[in-house]
Write a protein that binds this ligand. Structure first.
Ligand code: GFB
Length: 326
């Protein structure tokens, strides 16, 4: 991917897409194409077809998706399967038809079976039952992986698929009900501190284990793989370390300097007991994460505090955030 190539980032306002945009800009790419969802509805094939015919991008990062935490997945299963299937189908098919040189499809670590051996190897895909809370999302992502592989096989495309672990960082969704655990907890602890509350409620038992990766690391991995990786087989993107939700809650309590106590609401779902990716393949390809968890969370909290109004009123325009590492 040369600096002058035309690069389309689908989903450039989301957590991953905005990190890829920051990274490419920092590296000097100046032929980047983006569209907001109100300018281009990726669920509408006609609009997507016209867009690709007009713009003819060379490279595509497919980071557009309907995403959310455990509660959003449970509450809106139809949206999660419909939006993701249609977005990825339209983008992948029109990328092929318009002659895109290479496309990178972003999946998720939730594509793996609920009880997969840990750490999870890429080979464990489709070897067991999915976690029910996010099966509609996971099935859509699995279909996307297979679609990329099928287009490679039948049409000779170069479409690769990467599976990032749970991501966090600037540009995240901080909705109290629909967000992922880290942004939700950052907001809850921050608001408890400024409102002088005595406790924060953490969902579930606190025992599930999750692996977390800063989104700037994930963006760097995507860029690296776009440059170096051409195999149709999927690649995990992770930090290689996991923690219990209780440990994460205590770490965020420390970072936000909240002085009260934690309450665990066991009526809320735990989801998958453990989700730690095996990242040997990525390491053997020459890439490793660099942003340490505590440092990444501290800078994420700083960004949240500085842009609090925009994060709690997401309809208002957000300020641009700086790339952490290039
Ligand atoms: O991040 P999260 O929503 O999603 O939740 P998953 C992770 C764990 O944190 C669960 C607990 O055990 C939650 O019960 N948790 C504790 C909380 N407090 C909170 C809170 O305030 N908010 C949230 N959201 N969780 C998602 C999938 O699974 O992972 C998605 O549903 C996607 O489809 C994503 O794949 C990466 O890690 O369980």
């Amino acid at each position: 991917m040369k600096i002058s190539d035309k690069v389309y980032i689908a989903g450039h306002t989301g957590l991953v897409g905005s990190a890829i945009l920051r990274l490419l800009k920092a590296k000097g790419y100046d032929n980047i194409v983006t569209r907001t969802s109100s300018e281009l509805d990726l669920r509408n094939n006609l609009q997507v077809e016209e867009f690709f015919k007009a713009e003819k991008p060379d490279y595509v990062f497919l980071a557009a998706a309907k995403v959310g935490g455990i509660m959003a997945n449970q509450t809106y299963p139809a949206d999660f399967i419909f939006d993701n299937l249609t977005i990825q189908t339209n983008v992948i098919d029109n990328a092929y038809k318009s002659g895109v040189k290479k496309l990178l499809f972003l999946g998720s670590s939730c594509i793996y079976p609920k009880n997969a051996p840990q750490p999870i190897l890429e080979d464990y895909l489709m070897t067991g039952f999915l976690e029910p809370t996010n099966a509609p999302y996971a099935i859509a992502k699995i279909a996307g992986i297979n679609m990329c592989q099928s287009y490679n096989r039948q049409f000779g495309c170069k479409f690769i698929s990467v599976m990032p672990t749970n991501l966090y960082g600037p540009g995240d969704n901080y909705h109290l009900q629909n967000a992922h655990v880290l942004p939700a907890l950052i907001r809850k602890f921050h608001e408890a501190k400024i409102n002088g509350l005595s406790s924060v409620t953490v969902w579930g038992t606190g025992k599930p284990r999750r692996e977390f990766l800063h989104v700037d690391d994930a963006a760097m991995a995507c860029y690296y793989l776009m440059q170096k990786y051409n195999d149709p087989e999927i690649v995990n993107i992770g930090s290689g370390m996991d923690h219990t939700i209780r440990e994460m809650a205590l770490l965020i309590k420390e970072i936000t300097e909240f002085k009260g106590s934690l309450i665990f609401d066991e009526t809320k779902p735990d989801g998958t007991p453990r989700k730690l990716l095996n990242v040997d393949k990525l390491r053997s390809l020459g890439w490793e994460s660099v942003i340490e968890l505590k440092e990444g969370l501290a800078s994420t909290y700083k960004d949240f505090e500085e842009n609090y109004f925009h994060y709690v009123h997401p309809s208002k325009r957000r300020v641009e955030v700086q790339v952490a590492h290039v």
